[in-house]
Design a protein. Structure first.
Length: 299
């Protein structure tokens, strides 16, 4: 399981219209293109031919982001002009290509194309997580659909970049006389247990809530009040403070999201990839709902 979340902070405010949505997407793509361009420029050392393949990767990534900028600009231009004119500058953004990751690679004399492609995969995974959160918070169906489209496009991009990463890994292993496969491990076996634990903690949480809030929490997680009796019988009695259970619910939901995202990154066949991506999308949306509900209980 990854030690740090893909997003250091998550969207909590609903996007108000399509113009704002595309403004955010454009700002993110422009930041990514600039970051990749700066990275390529920093590797332009004619005396060091070992970094040439890495520089080429970042030039390719920059071009991909520039193509994305063109596409997003066209989508935004198709909106009514009054929407575009009324759009304010986006709030401080969740940058999908953190400078710290790039600087670590730039400062290393052992950087490889595999590492560069791996950063790009992580970038598009972040985009998938970000837009799934936006979709979960969307109040209007057209915003939800647009955000879901962004999330799907991020998945497609991640798949393509993952193939490049795999090819780079094989090329490096071949040049070193090593035929080892790309590193992989699976934690899916623990996901079923954690799903069960999460379900029980949601039920435990619901028992502390007024009837209206209880119904809201249960229904948003596919449960009904009628399920409480059977599920409550499986809960051990524990002495806890009021905030322990909500924190544990969110933590389990975060861990499950991490497991599913990691599994999609390691999938070696299309069926496994699609299953993991579907589970990740559902898990991210669930996490967004649970965090929103937890915040509403504190306010």
């Amino acid at each position: 399981m990854r030690n740090t979340p893909l997003l250091t902070s998550t969207p909590t405010r609903a996007v108000k219209d399509l113009a704002e949505l595309y403004a955010i997407a454009l700002a993110q793509a422009e930041h990514a293109a600039s970051a990749y361009d700066q990275m390529a420029a920093s590797l332009a050392d004619d005396s060091d031919h070992t970094i040439e393949p890495v520089r080429c990767v970042f030039e390719t990534l920059r071009e991909r982001e520039q193509d994305r900028i063109v596409e997003l600009t066209l989508r935004r231009a198709a909106l009514p002009s009054k929407q575009i004119d009324a759009t304010l500058e986006p709030e401080p953004l969740h940058h999908l290509v953190p400078e710290s990751e790039l600087s670590e690679l730039a400062d290393s004399s052992l950087s490889t194309p595999y590492q560069a492609w791996a950063i790009a995969v992580r970038h598009r995974q972040r985009a998938f997580v970000f837009w799934t959160y936006v979709a979960a918070h969307a109040a209007a169906s057209q915003l939800r659909i647009a955000a879901e489209t962004m999330a799907r496009e991020a998945l497609v991009d991640a798949d393509l970049l993952r193939r490049e990463r795999r090819l780079a890994w094989r090329a490096e292993r071949t040049s070193n006389g090593d035929d080892a496969a790309e590193p992989s491990s699976s934690e899916m076996s623990s996901a079923a247990l954690m799903e069960s634990l999460l379900l029980k903690e949601i039920v435990r949480w619901s028992q502390t809530l007024p009837a209206t809030d209880q119904e809201k929490l249960l229904s948003s997680n596919g449960l009904a009040s009628a399920d409480l009796a059977a599920l409550s019988a499986e809960l051990p009695g524990t002495a806890e403070t009021a905030g322990d259970v909500p924190r544990r619910v969110v933590r389990y939901a975060e861990q499950l999201t991490s497991i599913y995202l990691d599994e999609s990154d390691r999938a070696t066949d299309q069926a496994g990839l699609e299953l993991a991506q579907s589970l990740a999308a559902s898990s991210i949306a669930r996490l967004a709902r649970l965090r929103t509900f937890a915040n509403s209980q504190r306010s």
